[in-house]
Design a protein around this ligand. Sequence first.
Ligand SMILES: *Cc1c(COP(=O)(O)O)cnc(C)c1O
Length: 401
Amino acid sequence: MSNFDSAISTPISSSASFSYSSSKEAEDIFSGNCSKPLYSRMGNPTTTVLESKMTELENGIGAVATSSGMGAITMSIMSLCSSGDEVLAIGGLFGGSYALLSQTLPRYDIQTKFFDASDLKNLEKNITDKTKVIFCESVGNPNLRLVDLEAIGKIATKYNIAFIVDNTITPKIIQPLKSGADIVVYSTTKIISGNSSALGGIAVFREIKDKDKFKTSRYSFLNPFISKLGAKALIGASKKRILRDFGMSANANASYHTLLGLETLDLRNERVNKSCEIIASNIQKAGLNVNHPSLSVNCDNTLYKTNYKNGCGTIITIDMGTKEKAFKFLDNTKLLTLTANIGDSRTLALHMASTIYSDFKSEEKDFLGITDGLIRLSIGLEDPNDISKDLITSFLSVESV
Ligand SMILES: *Cc1c(COP(=O)(O)O)cnc(C)c1O
């Protein structure tokens, strides 16, 4: 036993490769009969700790950490889709995910059809033999549309289609595997690590059961993994087909920072979700055009009260009407950090149309809810009354001109 074994804080295993004690052990590691580390692209001891904690958090059967959230999304979709296949996606969608589905995957002849969160009937009608994945976010970023995960899960079960949920905005608050999701993906860059210290992602998988959708002919390409790995077949397909070959592997340093964040996730979740409700209400009263599902005028307020009892994450959006007013508003605030991130301990803000969505067509922006004056806020750990005051003061200064 090495002295590292008694460390309280997870040791950072900053090694690209690992020695095997004998040729026989090497053979066993490569065949999967021995679970020691093979090479850091296929798994790293620090990252393995993160994977097992996230598996526990989701009640899954296993997890694969990746270099970024986009890495986790790409890995899980590519492990289930081949050329000619189709994805059905429900919006709002993060810009990177929308670009992956609408621009990049079509180059490999994987086509996506997009649906509004309240348009599940139409989604169901569009399921074909080629449909391999239904994809959605637990909370649309940045349109803040909420989804009825149970209802989508039921459709996915009825037609034997894989259901992938991006739960980046609501870790722990929403548990998609319990609502019929097969894979939950995260950008751990956001509230899980929580302070902009590490880029990372992870996919968490549910177990494959006796009579399972992944044993139907739709997913016959999974058969070799099912015979070899049984309940853990989806993990094998992700690791051996995508992680190994595309190489979006997590690094030990990022996994360490993500583990540190995970220790305080619960406390931070509680604080920011309460703050969002307080701030949305305060600034609405002051006359700002604010979007948050906790507000009674919001189209998803009923769903918020029934299915999102512990909140819907750190995002609030404000529509200032025009780009000019939005710029002035942002530049007049004192507490906000302007950046393209969410889920940080600090309050962050960004004008959407001129940054993340600047090269999107106008009909795409309409679908994603990106208006000219839209500002995305991600509420941090500061006093909610201080944040409200800063937002209101800046708003009044713009409106008084
Ligand atoms: C940021 C984000 C991603 C992408 O994550 P990266 O870690 O930046 O690659 C995916 N989905 C959502 C909802 C996000 O907010």
